[in-house]
Design a protein around this ligand. Structure first.
Ligand code: NDP
Length: 436
């Protein structure tokens, strides 16, 4: 069972139900909401820390995950670093009834889902059953097919609308901040967007021969899938990691990057129909790619079940079990991440080239939250997305991608809560001549 609400909050609820008009102090409590965070991995740790930093919005926090011990470790860290008590619970989020019951017993106003993409639909179902808003950072993937697309979650549009609830999809960095960057560019810099290249660089180093910087299973499924990009109204496929070029990342320097398919391309190509081309690029070191190729060649990245000593196992899940836990990499990781949107389009009849980005330092992220930069750059926008809904700025019934909301308050909060952005107008587009 959940621990009961802290005494001061329970007392305030009682006072607010009395007939006398609330005092100024009571009004502040009235605006405080309850957040349930599901998933206690690297990203869940950052979300919990960041929500704890904004008590005027996140009045009560419950962190729940499959393994309660991980929630308790994070809660202890938050108590030490931020002097704030958060509640914890065990939950299997594949179980809709149990998740809905947890939402109701805690009285959550919003759920931030930072478990795995496999849980998206069951948590959305639980939110509908319990009457609660929803935020996630990655779109739904079925366990048995390495395929991700928004169709499954967009199909919830009518149900969320009818229930008067908000579901915000993809509120991490990419997807997430990269979608909001695009909306910001469309609002403040362009009359028409023609090309978009999202460039993602993790120049961090953890001293290990091979480790992924977020959940290895999800990460390897993404990287080993075919590349895909949007051009002239159609999708085009490339072989995995077959198209590469270099890019000069601000604060990091020149790095090799490769064309991948990334989920935000699906919603952005839909919501910015003037775009002729949209692509996504991610940096990988030669060392990372060599390890990945070997693991692939020996069959360890496969999601087809194999029989081992009389029982069925999924090779990729076995591989995940022997690879370093990304949550443990924080203390070892040094260097920076740099992620941005490079856009060409038209403003006042003239061609314009524009770049907006954030650079983030792994060691600073670790000092603040005990997590490395990739978890940090995902967790901060997840907190801000929930804050936007709870403050009423992005509260509207239905299922929404990030770019369908006003970018201004989100961009302001990115500056305020640890992911400051920079922008510049360029005299040319450095990726213009690179064809896939
Ligand atoms: P981790 O694997 O470190 O953490 C996932 C957590 O979810 C673990 O604590 C795990 O529990 C828990 N979990 C898994 N299954 C269930 C379940 N059925 N019920 C309850 N809890 C469960 O992943 P990350 O923290 O690195 O990533 C979290 C999410 O963020 C992922 O969906 C990932 O795709 C997304 N992401 C998004 C990015 C973006 O920019 N948009 C970038 C990076 C990640 P246990 O510890 O018991 O296994």
């Amino acid at each position: 069972m959940l621990p009961s609400a802290p005494k001061h909050i329970a007392a305030t609820h009682r006072q607010l139900t009395a007939n006398s008009p609330p005092t100024h102090r009571q009004l502040n409590f009235q605006h405080m909401k309850k957040v349930l965070i599901i998933g206690a991995g690297g990203v869940g740790r950052v979300v919990a820390h960041k929500c704890a930093q904004v008590p005027e919005v996140f009045g009560e926090i419950l962190l729940a995950s499959r393994t309660k011990r991980k929630c308790d470790d994070i809660a202890a860290d938050i108590l030490t670093k931020k002097s704030r008590t958060i509640q914890t619970a065990a939950i299997d989020a594949d179980d809709v009834k149990a998740t809905a019951a947890l939402i109701k017993s805690f009285g959550a106003d919003i759920v931030i889902n930072v478990a795995l993409p496999y849980q998206d639909l069951s948590i959305m179902d639980a939110c509908l059953e319990a009457g609660c808003d929803y935020v996630d950072t990655a779109n739904y993937e079925p366990h048995d097919t390495a395929k991700f697309e928004y169709s499954w979650q967009w199909a919830y549009q009518e149900r969320f609308q009818k229930a008067g609830l908000t579901a915000l999809l993809g509120s991490g960095f990419d997807p997430g901040a990269t979608n909001v960057y695009c909306a910001h560019a469309a609002k403040h810099h362009f009359d028409e967007i023609h090309t978009l290249d999202i460039v993602d660089c993790n120049a961090g180093s953890n001293g290990l021969p091979f480790a992924t910087n977020f959940n290895p299973e999800i990460n390897i499924r993404e990287v080993t899938a075919k590349g895909r990009f949007w051009k002239d109204g159609a999708w085009h496929e490339t072989d995995p990691i077959s198209v590469g070029t270099t890019f000069d990342f601000p604060g990091v320097g020149e790095k090799k990057m490769y064309l991948l398919y990334h989920e935000e391309l699906e919603s952005l190509s839909k919501h910015f129909p003037t775009a002729r081309q949209m692509r996504f690029w991610m940096t990988f070191s030669d060392n990372y790619l060599t390890h990945l190729r070997v693991l692939e060649n020996v069959g360890l990245t496969s999601i087809k079940p194999v029989t081992y000593e009389g029982r069925e196992i999924i090779p990729l899940q076995f591989l995940k079990a022997v690879l370093p836990d990304p949550g443990s990499l924080g203390a070892k990781t040094v260097g920076k991440t740099c992620i941005g949107d490079l856009i060409t389009g038209v403003k006042d009849g003239n061609v314009k080239h524009y770049f907006v980005w954030n650079a983030c330092d792994h060691e600073e992220c670790f000092r603040e939250t005990g997590a490395q930069g990739v978890s940090y750059t995902t967790g901060v926008p997840a907190m801000i997305g929930a804050k936007m809904i709870l403050e009423g700025k992005w509260k509207k019934p239905g299922v929404w991608n990030m770019e369908q909301n006003d970018s201004d308050p989100f961009m302001d909060d990115m500056n305020k809560y640890g992911l400051p952005w920079q922008e510049k107008v360029l005299n040319h587009n450095p990726l213009a001549g690179i064809d896939a």
